[in-house]
Design a protein around this ligand. Sequence first.
Ligand SMILES: Cc1cc2nc3c(=O)[nH]c(=O)nc-3n(C[C@H](O)[C@H](O)[C@H](O)COP(=O)(O)OP(=O)(O)OC[C@H]3O[C@@H](n4cnc5c(N)ncnc54)[C@H](O)[C@@H]3O)c2cc1C
Length: 402
Amino acid sequence: MIDFSVPPELTALGERVRQFVIDTIVPYERDPRLTQHGPNDELRQELVELARKEGLLTPQASPRFGGKGISHIEQSVIYEAAGWSTLGPVAMNCAAPDEGNMYLLDKLTTDEQAEEFLKPVLDGAVRSVFAMTEPGGAGSDPSQLLTQARRDGDSYVISGRKWLITGANGAGTWIVMADVVDDEKRSGPTLFLAKGDDGGIVIERVMNSMDRNYVEGHGVVVFDDLRVPAANVLGEVGEAMRYAQMRLAPARLTHAMRWLGAASRAQHIALEHAKTRTAFGGPIVDHQGVGFLLADNEIALTQCRLAIWYTAWVLDQGHKGRHESSISKAFVSEELFKVVDRCIQVMGGIGVTDETPIEMIFRDIRGFRLYDGPTEVHKYAIIRRMKHVGSEAARVPGSHTV
Ligand SMILES: Cc1cc2nc3c(=O)[nH]c(=O)nc-3n(C[C@H](O)[C@H](O)[C@H](O)COP(=O)(O)OP(=O)(O)OC[C@H]3O[C@@H](n4cnc5c(N)ncnc54)[C@H](O)[C@@H]3O)c2cc1C
């Protein structure tokens, strides 16, 4: 049975999170430390301390590190509430890329690795990055990986160049994907752990992008003979693609949860505006052209929530949920973008100004159609799978192959 019932304690927690974000975090959206390259580290630290004081820091921490280990369904309630402001997840230490990184590190680190690389991230003291994408190399197709790691005694030496690396500037914990090329025993794409201040990680520049929600923006990074001990291999040599997928299925979904919160806020603002703004003899909400935009939004937001919850349920059953998360990610990212665009239309001219947060949400949400797999790549994966196993839609409900 698919059970989407939400216990009253969870609803209460969601409401507490939403209120915390509205009362305490939203005012920071006008803080000058929210820069062209996202919130800077100083602002992030201040927000993290506010969430810590409120008992809302890192709600997803697993029992391995003294947390409750919340389910994906529980996450969907909490992250949607936190996502009302893009600074909400930053404060609560459940924003990307840290949240997905913490999930992967929790699954793969040895105790020694966790102590050094994961615990400071869980505590909100340090940020982390996942470094895969390269100019001309790994991107939609990660198998085009160009960055290489060569074995040298008890170390690996990593060289290559990457871009679009979120939070690179000032990050403490690094997960770097590189191709082990000359190890006789094992080779292939591998994840390595490194520290931001290890010599050999050079931040070439921070890119100017249309979004401003990710801490310290997106960096171009050179690995200039970065030397890491062999003990810093995360998991096994040659398994990076499998681990990346392990990270991505839930990470895509948590993006969807947070963005659902942001798009719902845009809808709330647009609806209130449409009820009070008049044109041609009455409030614009009564003009069908406007009312239907908002009704379309309501339908889309409800469908997105259902898609998220269904996929969360699949993951909570212990399934990998790769196919379901692909479907949900492609659907939710496209639909939420349209929702926010329609909100701008309802607002009229002020919709494209920063008089309301809708303009910021519109800029920030655009990238979601690209990262964690562009929509077209998800469709490519979906149709490839359908060629082999057929359409899930053709199955009797309950006999699906999650
Ligand atoms: C805001 C943001 C943050 C990011 N953060 C990180 C990060 O922290 N770490 C990191 O490693 N990367 C990060 N990325 C990079 C992201 O993962 C890549 O942009 C994404 O994987 C696509 O790769 P690409 O940009 O190289 O596009 P390409 O691989 O050059 O693809 C371009 C376009 O081609 C189309 N396409 C490609 N393959 C197919 C196909 N099989 N079928 C149909 N169409 C196809 C798609 O429309 C795609 O958008 C981030 C990107 C953004 C925008």
